[in-house]
Design a protein around this ligand. Structure first.
Ligand code: SF4
Length: 303
C-alpha cells in the first residue's frame, strides 16, 4: 500500500488531528492537502523547486489547510548552507524567509515556522532571531535530541529557555523513545512552567542529603509509583528531616517527613491538620500558628 493510501486510512480514524510531512515527493502535496489532513509540513531543504512549493501552497490555501515551514539544520538547502558557511542560526532563518516568500507570492499566510537544530545553542539563537524576523507562530523543538535522559535534557534546555522568554506557540520533543514519552514530556514542561493547568502529580522531594533521617529516594519512588496514575492535580512533598519541617509547605500539600518529631506519615490534608492543631489552634507540640510562622521566618533552610 502506498504512503498516501495508508495515510488516507489513518486520517478518518484518528482521534487527533493528523499533520502530513512532505519530503521530496512534492506530487503528494496537493493530494495531501485535499485528504482531510489538519496541516502540512514542508521541509525547504528537500523541496527546492519554487513552482512546486507554490503549487502546494496554492492547494493548501484553497483548502484552508495550514502549513508549517519546517527548517532543519540537518537538511538545510545546500545553497544557503554554502552562503552562510554552515547551518548557522542566520542560515536557518534565511531558509524559512525564502520559503515564506514563495507562499506570499500565492497569497498564502496560514503558516507557522520552525528552525530546529540538534545543537541546543544553535536552536535557541535561531528561534530568537526568528521571533524578531517573523510575525508568524513558531513551533519549537530540538531535533533528533536522542534517547532518555540526555534527549529530555536537551529538549528541555532549548524549549524551556525560549518559552520562558515568551517565544514559541507549539512544541515537540524529539526523543528516541516511545512517542508517548514525547507527549508526556511536552505536557509536563508546560505544567511546570505554569503555562498549562496541572492535571496530575507534582512530587516535591529532598535530594540525597546528609541530614535525611529516612530513605527519601525509596519513599519518593514509592510515592511516585503509587500516585502518578492519579488524574487529579495533587502536590506531594517527601521531606527527609525537619529542617524544612512541618508547616514548610502549602497547607493543602500532603507530605511525608522523616525524623522522630516530625509527622511520620503521609499527611492527608487540611482537615486532619485542623484536628492535629486542636481547638485552641496550638499544634501537637504546643506551638501556636504564630510560633510556627516565626520558626519558618528564621535562618535559611537546607538546599
Ligand atoms: S529538608 Fe533539607 S536538610 Fe532536611 S533532608 Fe531535605 S534537603 Fe536535607
Amino acid at each position: 500500500m502506498t504512503r498516501l493510501r495508508v495515510s488516507a486510512q489513518i486520517v478518518p480514524r484518528s482521534p487527533v488531528p493528523i499533520v502530513a510531512d512532505i519530503h521530496f515527493h512534492v506530487e503528494d502535496g496537493p493530494r495531501r492537502a485535499r485528504g482531510g489532513r489538519a496541516g502540512l509540513r514542508l521541509n525547504p531543504g528537500n523541496l527546492r523547486k519554487p513552482e512546486e512549493i507554490r503549487l502546494v501552497a496554492s492547494e493548501a490555501r484553497d483548502r484552508g489547510v495550514p502549513i508549517r515551514i519546517g527548517v532543519n539544520a540537518g537538511s538545510l538547502h545546500p545553497k544557503i548552507y554554502e552562503q552562510f558557511g554552515g547551518a548557522t542560526p542566520e542560515a536557518l532563518v534565511e531558509s524559512a524567509r525564502v520559503e515564506l516568500a514563495y507562499f506570499e507570492e500565492v497569497g498564502f499566510s496560514d503558516v507557522k515556522i520552525s528552525v530546529k537544530a540538534s545543537s541546543v545553542a544553535t536552536m535557541i539563537a535561531a528561534y530568537r532571531l526568528a521571533s524578531q524576523t517573523f510575525d508568524h507562530p513558531l513551533h519549537l523543538g530540538v531535533t533528533e535530541a536522542g534517547p532518555l535522559p540526555g534527549g529530555l535534557l536537551k529538549g528541555t534546555a532549548g524549549i524551556a529557555t525560549l518559552l520562558a522568554e515568551g517565544i514559541g506557540d507549539t512544541l515537540r520533543y524529539s526523543l528516541t523513545a516511545d512517542p508517548v514519552e514525547e507527549a508526556n514530556a511536552g505536557r509536563q514542561l508546560l505544567e511546570v512552567l505554569g503555562l498549562r493547568e496541572r492535571k496530575g502529580l507534582d512530587l516535591i522531594a529532598c535530594p540525597s542529603c546528609g541530614r535525611a533521617e529516612v530513605d527519601v529516594i525509596k519513599v519518593a519512588n514509592e510515592a511516585q509509583i503509587a500516585l502518578s496514575a492519579l488524574d487529579v492535580p495533587i502536590q506531594v512533598a517527601v521531606m527527609g528531616c525537619v529542617v524544612n519541617g512541618p508547616g514548610g509547605g502549602p497547607p493543602r500539600r500532603p507530605r511525608h517527613r522523616g525524623g522522630q518529631e516530625a509527622w511520620p506519615s503521609l499527611h492527608p490534608g487540611p482537615d486532619r491538620a485542623r484536628r492535629r492543631r486542636g481547638r485552641d489552634g496550638r499544634g501537637a507540640r504546643g506551638r501556636s500558628q504564630e510560633d510556627r510562622g516565626r520558626r519558618h521566618r528564621g535562618p535559611p533552610r537546607g538546599p
